[in-house]
Design a protein around this ligand. Structure first.
Ligand SMILES: NC(=O)c1ccc[n+]([C@@H]2O[C@H](COP(=O)([O-])OP(=O)(O)OC[C@H]3O[C@@H](n4cnc5c(N)ncnc54)[C@H](O)[C@@H]3O)[C@@H](O)[C@H]2O)c1
Ligand SMILES: O=C(O)[C@H](O)[C@H](O)COP(=O)(O)O
Length: 376
């Protein structure tokens, strides 16, 4: 069996090695010719999976995408051809939630404006929005959720309108899929008018899809409003963001909010489980065996951490400043955006770090945030 795999998908060899021949490919430049003989195709978000790519292949048994988003896949075409497909919903939700939370802590430190006491509006209350809210609520932050689709479906959480978020939130974090049609379309949800209407000193975080914000309008508005602070992980026109926009963001990264080792491993593992099910094979590998041990065994806390100390703990797990610096220095190089994504592998999730502390009840919120071993 020929298994064609995006070269940026980790842990493929230990999971799929027994199932067939693994052929790594560049997902961004993948051609129909390369795909012609594949039995299985495993992609990430940079591969457009459509008739143009697949019409020359008549033996494909499975297409998997190790991602949450499916906007790069023509699902109708796959269904018409009866090619089984699965993505990996939720695989990197914790990574995105922690990324957004850490970015907010970093902004708070940089501008000497504590996160504690602020109100955060989450637009899109699915997997990644909920993971972000979980971190914020563990830390005692008031969260407002906007998701008209979930509200209509009867989700029992409280929801508010986007206008309420615009009026009340100090920080807005975006977690919607990109949709271009329909009542709730998200393309340019934040257009020039909405960007101009952001209340003074708003922090805007985008780690969903670049074109949820009109990037040209963002440049225009930000150039007139120094009070707005931006965290941008995703960009219109990836892999070539508008060069004028990058310096206007406080933190800028190349679509790696979901790139924790755990998140990436989970994505590949979910596809492994789905393919095994399809082939009627027992999935006997374990996700835990894939991850390396973390290089810090445990951190002993003398007292419950204040916000500055919390940021220090978070930086042990993931120092966003490193990625921001590297991105600014390399994004204009040839293939700079993709090279940084390809080589990205140092980041862990809070659960990788064990904390030791005597008086457990005072720091329950740290275990709610996701850290391990609190109070042991
Ligand atoms: N930067 C990254 O590395 C990264 C990682 C994972 C996911 N993503 C992106 O983030 C998106 C969201 O991921 P998720 O796992 O939370 O998806 P999800 O499907 O679990 O949740 C998305 C939510 O957005 C809601 N929604 C849709 N349109 C809306 C609108 N107009 N206003 C408010 N809410 C709306 C939906 O009802 C849904 O609940 C993905 O589609 C993907 O594009 C990016
Ligand atoms: O939708 C997703 O899951 C993310 O956007 C994904 O993590 C992006 O990473 P890629 O698949 O491009 O490596």
């Amino acid at each position: 069996m020929k298994i064609l795999v995006d070269e940026n998908m980790p842990y493929v060899e230990p999971l799929f090695g027994d199932l067939g021949d693994i052929i790594p490919v560049n997902g961004r430049t993948l051609t129909a010719e390369q795909v012609r003989e594949a039995d299985v195709l495993l992609v990430r978000s940079v591969t457009k999976v459509n008739a143009e790519l697949l019409s020359g292949n008549n033996k494909l048994k499975f297409v998997g995408s190790a991602t949450i988003g499916t906007d790069h896949v023509d699902l109708t075409y796959l269904a018409e051809r009866n090619i089984p497909f699965s993505n990996a919903p939720g695989c990197n939700a914790t990574a995105v939630g922690e990324f957004a939370f850490i970015a907010m802590l970093e902004l708070a430190q940089r501008f000497n404006s504590p996160l504690k006491g602020k109100v955060v509006g989450i637009v899109g209350a699915g997997n990644t929005g909920t993971a972000t809210a979980k971190c914020l609520q563990a830390y005692g932050i008031k969260v407002l959720l906007n998701d008209p689709i979930k509200a209509a479906e009867g989700d029992p959480r409280s929801f508010v309108s986007l206008d309420t978020i615009m009026a009340q939130a100090d920080i807005i974090s975006l977690h919607v899929p990109i949709t271009r049609t329909g009542e709730h379309k998200t393309k340019h949800l934040f257009d020039e008018a909405r960007l101009k209407a952001l209340k003074p000193n708003t922090w805007l975080v985008n780690c969903c899809r670049g074109d949820v914000i009109d990037n040209q309008a963002l440049i225009k508005v930000k150039q007139q409003r120094d009070d707005l602070k931006l965290v941008l992980d995703v960009w219109e026109g990836e892999p070539t963001p508008l060069p004028e926009l990058v310096p206007l963001a406080e933190f800028a990264t190349p679509h790696i909010a979901g790139y924790s080792l755990e998140g990436k491993a989970r994505g590949t593992f979910m596809l492994y489980q789905n393919l095994c099910q399809l082939l009627n094979i027992t999935a006997d590998k374990s996700l835990l065996d894939l991850l390396p041990t973390f290089n810090i065994k445990a951190v002993e806390l003398a007292t419950a951490p204040n916000e500055k100390a919390l940021l220090q703990l978070a930086r042990f797990v993931y120092d966003l400043r490193d990625d921001d610096k590297m991105f600014r220095n390399t994004f204009l190089n040839e293939n700079g955006f993709d090279t940084m994504r390809k080589n990205h592998q140092h980041r862990r999730e809070f659960s990788a770090l064990a904390l030791a502390y005597d008086g457990q009840s005072e720091v329950d919120w740290l275990s709610n945030l996701g850290f391990s071993g609190v109070g042991q």
